[in-house]
Design a protein around this ligand. Structure first.
Ligand code: ADP
Ligand code: ASP
Ligand code: MG
Length: 417
């Protein structure tokens, strides 16, 4: 019997009424003869509420305790969904990540899944039960609960689909697929029927929060068919209609001849920029600056080192905004003195906007069109980074939405274009 994994996000699980709808949708698939595993997120707003309470107690709570707290939202969801299925006559059983067990490393608040034990889940599925597993969390080698980072239920779902050899992973959310850009920012955004795995990986890594990046990595590494679709339609819509709706992540090589230059625009509001001024231009300097930042488990993104003048240079890089003050502490601590920098400055009000598309490989002039569009809007570019299929710019956060709208239009991505 074919196995399908369903993932439902926070809005989809946002009230008991919505949970009842999820139960009806899941029951419809089960009645059609599929084995079903459901991976729900916490009810919308719940993870923020929990983390907010922790920060009321102290600004930088211990990550292990933060995970202990943040993981509870999903535990509420799985139990309520199991009850909603029981209420309509379905056999269902819920598990927290540690009960399955979903094993992770011990990098609290950003743990990685290492393995998933199939035993209990297989037994329950074979007994005809619908299995419900908490998203976002697992258990480390010492029995500590560890979470997978914000948006991590997507990753739980795809990882479970891979481990259990599911036929498909369906990511149900509050939009009906992956769009050319966030439809909440650009109302003219267009839904994509298919998006290549490479493009989805770039979009997710550049800030399109519709899928957590690690879920896309899992899908790509194991070629797990993954579809993003709406949970807000009538739960009883025909299965044939539902199973072909939304956006499919495709693993085929696209025919570049027909490919538009740009597929989508991603943005990330939560960036911060740090500049180390007047550092001696000698071998090892980048390592001396970024080594301690990496040791503090902070991810660095864009990096620029300027040409040196009189043996001194400036070094600029970006970090997630949430890690800005920690990064500044690391640098202004011992690093500044060790490398003999003149000063360190920072700006936590910057955003990154990126254009993405495999079609870029066969089209020239994308960068100049992007820079012209931003110039015409009077938007100053602070940093640039490129790869084969994306161009990213860092700009002042107050221009972010303007930039996204202008680029969406300039590259002809609107509905009906
Ligand atoms: P869930 O709670 O279901 O995981 P998320 O809020 O994590 O939902 O992700 C869905 C949201 O992603 C949408 O509501 C939308 O605002 C946002 N989003 C950002 N970029 C895109 C995009 N390119 N296409 C669709 N949605 C996007
Ligand atoms: N509840 C978690 C979060 O809000 C995980 C998820 O929704 O995917 O980040
Ligand atoms: Mg999400």
């Amino acid at each position: 019997m074919a196995l399908i994994v369903h993932k439902y996000g926070g809005t989809s699980m946002g009230s008991t009424e919505r949970i009842k709808n999820v139960a009806r949708r899941v029951a419809k698939w089960h009645d059609a003869g599929y084995q079903i595993i459901v991976v729900p997120s916490a009810m919308s707003g719940e993870t923020n509420r929990l983390i907010g309470m922790a920060r009321e107690i102290m600004p930088q709570p211990d990550p292990r305790e933060l995970d202990m707290l943040a993981s509870t939202g999903e535990q509420v969801s799985v139990a309520l969904l199991a009850m909603a299925l029981h209420a309509i006559g379905k056999e269902a059983v819920s598990y927290a990540g540690w009960q399955v067990a979903i094993r992770t490393d011990s990098a609290f608040t950003k743990a990685r899944i290492q393995s998933i034990d199939e035993t209990k889940v297989t037994r329950d599925l074979d007994a005809g039960k619908i299995v419900i597993i908490t998203g976002f969390q697992g258990v480390d080698g010492d029995g500590n609960i560890a979470t997978l980072g914000r948006g991590g239920s997507d990753t739980s779902a795809v990882a479970v689909a891979v481990a259990m050899k599911a036929q498909e992973c369906l990511i149900y959310t509050d939009v009906d697929g992956v769009y050319t850009t966030d439809p909440r920012v650009v109302s003219e955004a267009r839904r994509l029927e298919k998006v290549t795995f490479e493009e989805m990986l770039e979009m997710a890594s550049l800030g399109s929060k519709v899928l957590q990046i690690r879920s896309v990595e899992f899908a790509g590494n194991y070629k797990m068919p993954t579809r993003v679709l709406s949970s807000l339609t009538d739960p009883m819509i025909p299965l044939e209609e539902e199973s072909t709706s939304g956006t499919l992540i495709s693993f085929e090589k696209e025919d570049n001849m027909e490919q538009a230059a740009i597929t989508g625009i991603a943005f990330n509001r939560d960036e911060a920029k740090i500049t180390v001024l007047g550092v001696p231009d000698r071998p090892g300097i980048a390592y001396q600056i970024l080594g301690p930042v990496a040791d503090a488990n902070i991810e660095v993104d864009m990096i620029i080192q300027n040409q040196s003048v009189d043996g001194k240079t400036d070094f600029t890089f970006t970090v997630p905004r949430g890690e800005f003050s920690k990064s500044m502490d690391v640098l202004t601590g011992s690093v500044k003195a060790t490398i003999g920098a003149a000063s360190i400055t920072g700006d936590a009000k910057v955003s990154k906007v990126s254009v993405v598309g495999v079609g870029m490989r066969s089209h020239v002039g994308i960068a100049s069109q992007m820079f012209r569009t931003l110039a015409e809007e009077g938007i100053n570019i602070l940093m640039i980074s490129t790869s084969e299929i994306k161009i990213s710019v860092l700009i002042d956060e107050k221009y972010m939405e303007l930039a996204v709208r202008a680029l969406h239009k300039a590259f002809g991505l609107e509905n009906g274009a």
